[in-house]
Design a protein around this ligand. Structure first.
Ligand SMILES: [Zn+2]
Length: 172
């Protein structure tokens, strides 16, 4: 396992569409572990493979610890939404690729997601609340979509311009 640097927007790599994995083998499991370690090092709730420069449809989500237990990390390969509730859920989102920027994003409140798990098993799971939100956010990355793409062009451009400036200053 290794923690990799996370690509910061705006970056053309984050706009690419990732390819499905053929199967979950040791290589994909290694990628899942790298994602988990990179996510934890950056204090995130989720991370997708393209954010560390790997254009594969693999994401990791770990929800915050509850009162008595820490939820297990979820490893999802080739995730697909097979059902979405008509009800929507707002709430602020952030992203490790857009550090220090947050905005309200409205998404379906509940989704059913089908994916390959860590052992290559097919899983179908109903999610709601923060879990549904996180998984939808990470899945967007697999299609080159960032949370700011759900905002108005005006709000999106303000955030992306600030990030571009921040990147220039940090590179200098
Ligand atoms: Zn993100």
């Amino acid at each position: 396992m290794a923690a990799f640097p996370i690509i910061i927007a705006p970056d053309p790599e984050l706009k690419k569409v990732s390819a499905p994995v053929e199967r979950v083998d040791d290589g994909v499991r290694g990628l899942m572990d790298d994602l988990l370690e990179s996510m934890r090092a950056a204090n995130g709730l989720g991370l997708s493979a393209p954010q560390i420069g790997v254009l594969k449809r693999v994401i990791v989500v770990q929800l915050p610890a509850g009162e008595d237990e820490e939820p297990d990390p979820m490893f999802l390969a080739n995730p697909e939404i097979t059902w979405a509730s008509g009800e929507t859920y707002g709430g602020e989102e952030g992203c490790l690729s857009l550090p220090d920027h947050f905005a309200e994003v409205t998404r379906p409140a509940g989704v059913r997601v089908r994916y390959l798990g860590r052992d290559g098993e097919t899983v179908e799971l109903d999610l709601e609340g923060i879990a549904a939100k996180c998984v939808q956010h990470e899945m967007d990355h697999l299609d080159g979509i960032l949370f700011v793409d759900h905002l108005s062009a005006l709000k999106r451009n303000i955030i992306l311009r600030k990030l571009a400036k921040w990147k220039r200053q940090n590179a200098a």
